[in-house]
Design a protein around this ligand. Structure first.
Ligand SMILES: Cc1cc2nc3c(=O)[nH]c(=O)nc-3n(C[C@H](O)[C@H](O)[C@H](O)COP(=O)(O)OP(=O)(O)OC[C@H]3O[C@@H](n4cnc5c(N)ncnc54)[C@H](O)[C@@H]3O)c2cc1C
Length: 437
């Protein structure tokens, strides 16, 4: 191959988990040569400032889509083994279960004194997984931080060989640091434009009409068709506030819910979700719980519908709780501008406190919100991974509620696309952006 063709200017837009893990795998690819290949991660605010630092961090072999999940679950295990992930980002096996319980009323909790210190869709992958059913008295002994008398149903979702967890913030920042150690460059700056050049296709292409109506009289363009090619990226440097344009042979758009702002054809939107972290009053065992909590109505309550917070015990004496998504606030300008509705966080705290004194008596350490990158068209759950119809422009976005789980497979596969022109570790034709763009 011509030496000139070997040069690659790879620009990754977005320093969330997808961008950082992609940078990591690019720097680990056998063909990567820092003297010929430049990798720049452009991040508008800070690494893992969005969902990638505020997610739960559950990993599951039954997550979706199933064409990348097994690979990604295995890669997480390998990354943890290779880089001390247990220590560095809290990787560990965890037991996952569905728990339905009758919560205690808020008023009842208040009268107990020592007030708390102040569906995102994950279950879709587990329906009918044949977990073990619960009967009275069967609550696992080590799940001693949920009040057993309130639980009316318990169902394990497989064993702990099928579920694990990471702390997403520590995982993402570690991946970026390791990519930097091998030559990737992190720049804090907000991308304003992906710039394109026209390329002339030598092939005479039939008009789209001929594919649709099968008519032999359909027009066929006799002249070359003009196509676009990504050529450079312009960003505003956070330090200097000046616009800077850098060349790009490969642009990997991993801007999560902001993806469509830079590439409007991408059918990716954002769904806000709140979460809280709590230091429990006493140590808690390693469980990730999908709950369904019914609380008897208190005076003034609008609804008695069950609520479904997810509760993840973490190794650093932390409990993470997240609630369902809402569409009350549009995706803001940056991760730093996300609006946190404190009342929603307080609701979450009250809900989980209603079934656990370890939580009720614990200390709330964080109230936060972030946006899931979700596909805004039906028929496909995402993510979209691969080159678009614009040469050199790759999408790696729309990972919905499983981006932490699926980041390693996404990064590895993108590194194969960039350096080998095709993927070999998994068949991801179904996730090809060209299918819908
Ligand atoms: C409450 C909650 C719980 C979750 N729990 C789990 C879980 O348990 N397991 C799991 O697998 N997944 C989970 N997820 C999903 C997971 O968090 C996401 O799928 C994942 O973080 C998406 O990563 P991303 O890198 O695509 O996007 P993001 O994390 O949003 O990163 C995108 C980055 O792009 C940057 N950016 C945007 N625009 C620009 C620009 N113009 N220039 C430069 N940079 C830009 C942003 O600043 C941001 O840092 C959860 C999500 C939520 C909201």
């Amino acid at each position: 191959m011509d030496k000139k063709d070997d040069r690659k200017d790879i620009v990754i837009i977005g320093g969330g988990i997808i961008g950082c893990v992609t940078a990591y795998y690019l720097t680990r690819h056998p063909s990567y040569d820092p003297s010929k290949h430049r990798i720049v991660v452009l991040e508008a605010t800070r690494i893992a400032g969005g969902a990638s630092g505020k997610a739960g961090g559950l990993l599951a072999v039954w997550a979706y889509p199933n064409n990348i999940v097994p690979l990604s679950f295995r890669l997480h295990q390998e990354l943890a083994a290779e880089h001390g992930g247990e220590e560095r980002w809290g990787y560990r096996r965890v037991t996952c279960a569905n728990v339905a319980a009758h919560g205690r009323k808020r008023s009842e909790l208040e009268s107990l004194g020592a007030a708390p210190g102040f569906s995102l869709g994950k279950r879709a992958g587990v329906a009918g997984k044949g977990g073990s059913a619960w009967s009275e008295g069967d609550l696992p002994k080590d799940l001693d931080w949920v009040l057993p008398e309130l639980v009316h149903s318990f169902e394990k979702m497989g064993g702990n060989r099928e579920t694990a967890q990471v702390h997403p913030y520590y995982f993402t920042t570690s991946m970026m640091s390791m990519a930097e150690e091998r030559g990737a460059k992190l720049v804090i700056g907000s991308v304003t434009d992906i710039n394109y050049a026209d390329v002339a296709s030598p092939i005479s292409t039939p008009s789209p009409q001929s594919y649709c109506n099968g008519s032999s009289s359909s027009r066929s363009s006799s002249s070359s068709r003009s196509l676009r090619k990504a050529e450079s990226v312009t960003y505003v440097d956070k330090e200097t506030d000046e616009p800077v344009t850098i060349p790009a042979t490969h642009v990997i758009l991993a801007a999560g819910p902001w993806t469509a702002r830079l590439f409007p054809a991408a059918p990716i939107a954002g769904l806000r979700a709140h979460s809280v972290t709590i230091n429990p009053a006493y140590p808690v065992s390693a469980y990730a719980l999908f709950t369904e909590i019914t609380v008897p109505p208190s005076k003034g309550d609008r609804s008695t519908d069950p609520v479904c917070p997810e509760i993840y015990a973490r190794p650093n004496n932390e409990i993470y709780v997240c609630g369902e998504g809402d569409v009350d606030a549009e995706v803001p300008e940056t991760t730093a501008d996300v609006e946190v509705d404190e009342a929603r966080c307080d609701d979450l705290i009250a809900q989980v406190s209603s079934i656990s004194d370890h939580i009720r008596l614990g200390r709330v350490t964080r109230k936060q919100a972030c946006y899931l990158p979700v596909l805004s068209i039906g028929g496909s759950g995402g993510p979209l991974i691969g080159e678009t119809r614009t040469e050199g422009l790759y999408l790696a976005s729309g990972h919905s509620c499983w981006g932490i789980n699926n980041a390693p497979a996404t990064g590895l596969l993108l590194s194969e696309m960039v350096f080998e022109g095709q993927t070999k570790s998994a068949d991801i034709r179904q996730l090809d952006p060209k299918r819908i763009l």
